[in-house]
Ligand binder design. Sequence first.
Ligand code: SF4
Ligand code: SF4
Ligand code: SF4
Length: 434
Amino acid sequence: MRNPDEVKPDQKGLKPASPTRLKVEVKVDEFGRIQLPADLLSYLGGEAGASLRLVQENGQVLIEPNLHALRRLYIEPTSGCNLKCQTCIRLTWNEPFGAMRWELFEKLCAELKFFPHLQSIMLAGFGEPLFHPDIVRMVEKLKNATSASVEITTNGTLLDEFMAKGLLEAGLDRLWVSFDGTSETSFNDIRQGANFRLVLENVQGMRDLATALDKPLAIGISFVVMRDNINDLKNIEELIQAVGADRVLISNVLPYTEEMERQMLCLLALTCETMAGLPGKPRISLPRLDINYLTKEPIYHLLKGYENLFLVNNAISAPTRSCRFIKDGTTFVRWDGKVAPCMALLHDHITYLYGLERKIKAYFLGDLNQQSLNEIWTSQEYHDFREKVYQFDYSPCHICGGCSYLEKNEEDCFGNTFPVCGGCLWAQSVIQCP
Ligand code: SF4
Ligand code: SF4
Ligand code: SF4
């Protein structure tokens, strides 16, 4: 990674980052109606009769996608893995590990035609997708079944030349690689059983093969940041260059022990509820500024104590008490066919908040072994759950920690019943998934 010869940012086969900003002009007719272009409407899941929510914010009006159009699908190929990372919640599990049956996967693929707004399918979950013996066939099957982009999140250890070639020929669109360190020392310590050099060489090998085969492949880096590896972020640019990544997603660690909670770097951010928009908290708008020895301290103080802060009209504080999975029209299919609304509710697990243990019980809306995905997705229960989470009228357990309801995700003091989302770290933008 330190060798400049290894840096190859102009790889022909690498897919450029997809544009994140699109501007279209629409005309208002004499009745005050506007008609959106068909591809934009499809992107929003705007089928006939659908409700799209308009949000007026910061001098603009945003159109939010239809909550009830399935746009993102996560499939967990297996809950097995060849590593034992320090950061892995699987270390607390009692449940047996397993892999998705091929017949179940085929059934799921056959049902994808009922979801015309599906944009991306992520092969990921709690486990290593490349550990599934049919992973290459899975990618191939998905690419034949749908026009959605197909992505994988991997620990990169099993990505040898044979695997890389298979995935590229199957049509994989994006590879996310978990790099919880940019140095051998911290990476090998956190990702127990993995070797930094080997993973780096595997990803570089796949990148070069993509170029040689002229297969477009986008590469993303997923990074779980903690006290022990925060300094590694200083070298992230070198890692980006070394693997040819166009995206980096940084998450806090999901604390499944008290020690992991101490490793979190967001405890102040968590307790600091966003006051943006509340009376008495005026908005401060910063211009573009150099970050240097003169400005860094005042900027740090503003960032630390002020939530209603904008940088060139963009809010700096992350939206909290809002669920990205629900807003993006996402669903998760677990390896055994059970369907959950999000990563947080895919498996029973334990987290820690303010030193208190919190038992998270998984929540399923259906089972693909008995129902179709369409039946599950369009069921009244799933519809109502999406609406409820969108409203997010749950108790603010993430800043309270004041009663025994916090020990489980089954009830809260606003009278909500299982599953309650008020203490969810994904909803606080503390944990992020690719
Ligand atoms: S690679 Fe992922 S699934 Fe495997 S042990 Fe590490 S965090 Fe867990
Ligand atoms: S249920 Fe209410 S009182 Fe209990 S921890 Fe959550 S917000 Fe606090
Ligand atoms: S808020 Fe959390 S628990 Fe609730 S649906 Fe979203 S990710 Fe799942």
